[in-house]
Design a protein around this ligand. Structure first.
Ligand code: AMP
Length: 502
């Protein structure tokens, strides 16, 4: 089945309901949404895109960009969203790899990219620019009754390029079945309904904002309160009428710093969800103290949509990402492939209808990332507690091997983060002539804190085995983060790679 059919069915069930409430107070009803998507879909066909071909979008977050995505689904065209901060050299790689029919941006691309597109037969188009583009003129004249193209469940709906902390990023092929089953599981688990008003302030080039937020709302008849970017004032203004917020941890830390956040402001809210990066236990605790709400943390990735979630009813455990979604299986293995005991760290592997079909143009990488018995290796290191809750302790690529010992950065970060005056920390391994890798910490301080290296060292030495104690501590104003709030450890490794080896 084509996943868009689920959205179209919702449009028919709630014809007069507001599907999307826009920044400028304008709104789009479900009937209007379906008709607009049909128009965009017809315009795609008129511009010569065929079923199974790709459309790469690097458009800014806007209603037009959302319509383009939904229209690609409807037309059976593979949608390929790109992070809006990618530069020309990066873009060239994605365009060459995806070989789309259309490349869509908000502003005219550079001359270099334009001529590159011409050289490999890609039409470039703008969306939402001042001058209506060819595509938008087509939309004006297109029919609002185009068909929903029939798709097999295993057909690719979207290719999402992974963030790629090491090496080139890979295009994860996400199928219509992946989208259908994940949306169904999440709506049930998080109890989405037509009574919901969801604040959507996430980017839409990533699974969290593109899939989880849009799909939960648009397949349950809820209303999306559409914010084109995260703006604290606008969030505070929206909270009294909203029922659900989906955010990355930085949303919550920023909200906590605002005096306006009180239990009275959020009386209509029923659910705060966090994911894409680890939520500090401290944030969880402070948020509950300030609002009375326990944030629900979940875990997912480009290759598998959502994998685990804390429960809606039942205990939401801070520092864990909850339990596997219905239909999804999660196991943790040691380096030899044996299942680990509760409390022991190991490789997180998964199987289920949410798991992608493979990497675009990259059969070899696809084979490497699946076990012989068909489980996907997430690349995350995790552990079970005794109650079936999973904790993610880091990426296997971030594992430090110092003097032959495995060091899990999270364990050291937790010790450092608990020191008074520390705001946050990130622990990495950098090349060391003797130990192979040296444990290195980057820390940021609370304002007014005068903590020094000696005090941090004293605490880590008293609580950790000597091989885990950082050999160097760097003070930074901020940790480098990507748009989803993930700390960029590769960036830190680059910054401090000369600490020991010159
Ligand atoms: P992406 O493919 O960009 O969505 O990144 C997926 C990765 O983000 C996962 O493999 C995890 O390493 C990380 N991640 C996602 N959600 C969480 C979470 N709740 N806690 C810790 N890490 C997370």
């Amino acid at each position: 089945m084509n996943f868009y059919k689920k959205i179209s069915d919702t449009c028919k069930r709630y014809p007069q309901k507001i599907a999307i409430l826009l920044d400028n107070k304008k709104s789009v009803t479900y009937t209007e949404l379906d008709k607009l998507v049909a128009r965009y879909s017809h315009a795609l066909i008129l511009s010569g895109v065929n079923v199974g071909e790709r459309v790469v979008s690097q458009a800014d977050k806007s209603i037009e960009a959302l319509l383009l995505y939904l229209a690609c689904l409807r037309t059976g065209v593979i949608f390929v969203p790109l992070n809006t901060s990618y530069r020309d050299d990066e873009l060239r790689y994605f365009l060459e790899d995806a070989r789309p029919k259309l490349f869509i941006t908000s502003r005219e691309p550079s001359g270099k990219i334009k001529s590159f597109c011409e050289s490999i037969n890609i039409q470039s188009e703008t969306l939402g620019a001042v001058e209506p583009s060819r595509l938008q003129s087509l939309v004006q004249h297109a029919s609002d009754e185009s068909e929903i193209v029939v798709r097999n469940s295993s057909d690719t709906a979207v290719i999402i390029y992974t963030s790629g902390t090491t090496g080139r990023s890979k295009g994860a092929m996400v199928t219509h079945e992946n989208l259908i089953t994940n949306a169904d599981a999440l709506i049930n688990l998080w109890r989405f309904s037509d009574a919901d008003m969801l604040i959507h302030a996430l980017p839409i080039f990533h699974v969290h904002g593109l899939f989880v937020a849009n799909h939960c709302a648009l397949t349950s008849g809820a209303t999306i309160i559409w914010h084109e970017r995260f703006d604290l004032d606008r969030i505070m203004n929206a909270l009294p009428t909203a029922t659900v917020l989906m955010g990355v941890p930085t949303f919550y830390t920023r909200m906590l710093g605002d005096q306006r956040l009180t239990p009275e402001l959020v009386t209509k809210m029923r659910l705060f969800i966090s994911g894409s990066a680890p939520l500090l236990e401290e944030t969880h605790t402070l948020f509950e103290a300030k609002t009375g709400h326990r944030i629900l943390e979940r875990y997912g990735m480009s290759e598998a949509g959502m994998i685990t979630s804390n429960p809606y009813k039942g205990e939401r455990k801070a520092g864990t990402v909850g339990c596997p979604l219905p239909g999804v299986k999660v196991r943790i293995t040691d380096d030899d492939g044996n299942l680990t005991q509760d409390g022991a760290k190991g490789h997180v592997q998964i199987t289920g209808p949410n798991v992608f079909s493979g990497y675009w143009n990259n059969l070899e990488k696809t084979k490497e990332e699946f076990t012989a018995d068909g489980w996907f290796k997430t690349g995350d290191i995790g552990e079970w507690d005794g109650d079936g809750y999973l904790s993610i302790v880091g990426r296997s690529k971030d594992l430090i091997i110092s003097g032959g010992f495995n060091v899990y950065p999270k364990e050291i970060e937790l010790v450092i983060d608990a020191i008074d005056g520390i705001k946050e920390s990130a622990v990495i391994g950098v090349p060391h002539p003797d130990f192979g890798e040296a444990v290195t910490a980057a820390v940021t301080l609370e304002s007014g804190s005068d903590l020094g290296v000696a005090q941090i060292m004293a605490v880590t030495q008293s609580q950790l085995a000597p091989y885990k104690v950082p050999k160097t501590i760097h003070f930074l104003d901020d940790l480098p983060r990507n748009a989803m709030g993930k700390v960029q450890k590769a960036e830190l490794r680059k910054m401090f790679s000369d600490d020991w080896v010159r």
